[in-house]
Write a protein that binds this ligand. Structure first.
Ligand code: PLP
Length: 346
């Protein structure tokens, strides 16, 4: 952060990264803030906006299916005395503009709705939701952490006043993220310290990770269609195998994102399923943190109307650009074997 000659390459690298991201997102370079990941970006957006806009900082609206980075920040706002309203999804996991309009009976400071869900792959109608928020005079923030690897983000088309994403979701380094804040939106400091990131987020800049983030994002956007087609192909292949060979399977949500699918296997325990998959070298998850041998039922699936039992029988599978068709077929075979074993069929 110093002005001597030795720091010039770092400063240039940072300004190049900001320029690359700004151009891709269709925003100005000084509207981009680098953070230590999606969680920090989400917290700065929600708590920072509330802190800066004291006069109407008493109410925010978010949804029941957000990532904990948003839900916990909203909870903190609640401790600060704000009123938080949670919009419920429909059974497919979508937050409809009508459902949002219904809760916006009075002016609220901020509406925070994720662009795509990390557990089900359901994509939200962000543009329409932003329009409803703006009609109410509210700021609109979207957590685009899970959308960024798959969808071209055009901030002004989406109508976001603030937006976050995180590098590791698109093969960039872990612990590095972006918060876009439209110029004119007042946002208070959460991470106080030096004047890095124009005073919004103090702390020595993580230059190597930021360079990695910008390079990974540029590559992701440049190969979006090709990789989406490849990853969707893996998902379709997996679903075809699973649905043709296993009975009592249900798709949770709509899985519009190419890389994520959430399935409920009647009568199995997802912790046992995960454990068995892991033993065979296949990494899958239940969508929410795993504590020892039991998994908390997913708040996303419960909000979509699944019973606790169905949520505990649900598994999140994800696919990536470096997978192979052989791996997908092996994953489907393992899934069948383990489901059969857990159901006592073999
Ligand atoms: N928001 C969503 C939708 C996520 O999937 C994640 C997961 O990584 C986060 C926020 C948190 O991002 P990070 O892990 O970079 O803090």
């Amino acid at each position: 952060s110093s002005i001597y000659e030795f720091s010039t390459p770092c400063r240039k690298a940072m300004s190049d990264c900001r320029a690359v991201l700004a151009q891709s997102l269709g925003v100005k370079a000084n509207e981009i803030y680098f953070t230590a990941g999606g969680t920090e970006a989400d917290n700065i957006a929600i708590l920072g906006a509330a802190r800066a806009q004291q006069r109407m900082g008493k109410k925010i609206v978010t949804t029941a299916i957000e990532h904990d980075a948003v839900l916990k920040a909203a909870e903190t706002l609640g401790h600060w005395g704000a009123q938080v309203t949670y919009v419920e999804p429909d059974s497919s996991g979508h937050i409809t503009p009508e459902a949002l309009a219904e809760v916006l009976t009075e002016r609220v400071l901020l509406v925070s709705i994720m662009a795509a869900n990390n557990e089900t792959g359901t994509v939200q109608p962000v543009k329409e939701l932003a329009a409803v928020a703006h009609a109410n005079g509210s700021l609109f923030f979207t957590d685009a952490v899970q959308a960024a690897p798959y969808r071209k983000i055009d901030v002004s088309d989406w109508g976001a006043d603030m937006l976050s994403f995180s590098a590791h979701k698109f093969y960039g380094p872990k612990g590095c993220g972006v918060l876009y804040v439209r110029s004119g939106v007042k946002i208070g400091k959460l991470v106080s310290g030096g004047e890095q990131e124009r005073g919004l987020r103090g702390g020595t800049t993580n230059v190597p990770s930021i360079v990695g983030l910008a390079a990974a994002y540029e590559k992701t956007v440049g190969t979006l269609e090709k990789n989406n087609a490849k990853i969707s192909g893996f998902k379709e292949l997996f679903l075809k195998k699973v649905f043709s060979e296993i009975d009592g399977v249900k798709l949770n949500g709509t899985a519009e994102l190419p890389g994520i699918v959430n399935l409920c296997f009647e009568g199995i325990d997802n912790a046992a399923f995960l454990y068995n998959m892991d033993l065979h070298g296949a990494a899958v998850s239940a969508g929410s943190a795993c504590a020892a041998a039991s998994i908390k039922p997913s708040h996303v699936l419960l909000a979509m109307g699944l019973s606790e039992r169905e949520a505990r029988s649900s598994v999140r599978f994800s696919f990536g650009r470096d997978n192979t068709a052989e791996e997908i077929l092996r994953g489907a075979r393992l899934t069948k074997e383990i489901v059969d074993r857990l159901r006592g069929i073999i």
